[in-house]
Ligand binder design. Structure first.
Ligand code: HEM
Ligand code: HEM
Length: 124
């Protein structure tokens, strides 16, 4: 699977999850998990779709290993960050337990974004 397709398809998966989450919040009136919903849609759907389109339309951007590293850093970082946030905000995992893991996951997403930046400066 190409990096572009991978990002766009995963973005669409996050969009469906994000909408279901949002609809549940709207229906139940319980907006406690709004930050989780927001970041499912933003880190998931929005960023992944932008990355996917970028890797498709900017010549040379998808070549080499950097895009693959970016893809996996973003996928693993976002999935675990959102899962962790959900578990913490619903009281299933204590903040003291999961808290120290967040900077690692944020670091992974940030490193992916820095690779994207370097790649975009080179090719865009
Ligand atoms: C049918 C789809 C959606 C529904 C039913 C929905 C529903 C909601 C609800 C009920 C809230 C909580 C509002 C509050 O407590 O202030 C919310 C917050 C939010 N939603 Fe959605 N949403 C949907 C789609 C989206 C999409 C597609 C995005 C982004 C691409 C998005 C981004 C956000 C953001 C950023 C917030 C946080 C706003 C804030 O905290 O001020 N939502 N949404
Ligand atoms: C690793 C990446 C990210 C981290 C750790 C992060 C963290 C946070 C935190 C801690 C808040 C405050 C939540 C609250 O107090 O309710 C927040 C809010 C927000 N972030 Fe992010 N964010 C990240 C990425 C992004 C991205 C990529 C976008 C947009 C594309 C975004 C858009 C927003 C918006 C719109 C809000 C306000 C909505 C809300 O309060 O839920 N964030 N973010």
């Amino acid at each position: 699977m190409s990096i572009s397709r991978g990002f766009v398809v995963m973005g669409a998966v996050y969009l469906v999850v994000g909408i279901v989450f949002g609809a549940y919040m709207g229906g139940s009136g319980d907006h406690t998990l709004a930050p989780v919903h927001a970041h499912i849609n933003l880190l998931g759907f929005t960023l992944m779709t932008v990355f996917g389109i970028g890797y498709r339309v900017i010549p040379g951007l998808a070549e080499g290993t950097m895009p693959k590293v970016h893809f996996w850093l973003h996928q693993v970082g976002v999935l675990l960050l959102l899962l962790g946030l959900f578990l913490m905000m619903t009281g299933r995992v204590a903040e003291a337990t999961i808290g120290p893991v967040f900077p690692v996951l944020e670091g992974a997403i940030l490193l992916g974004a820095v690779l994207w930046l370097v790649n975009v400066i080179r090719h865009a």
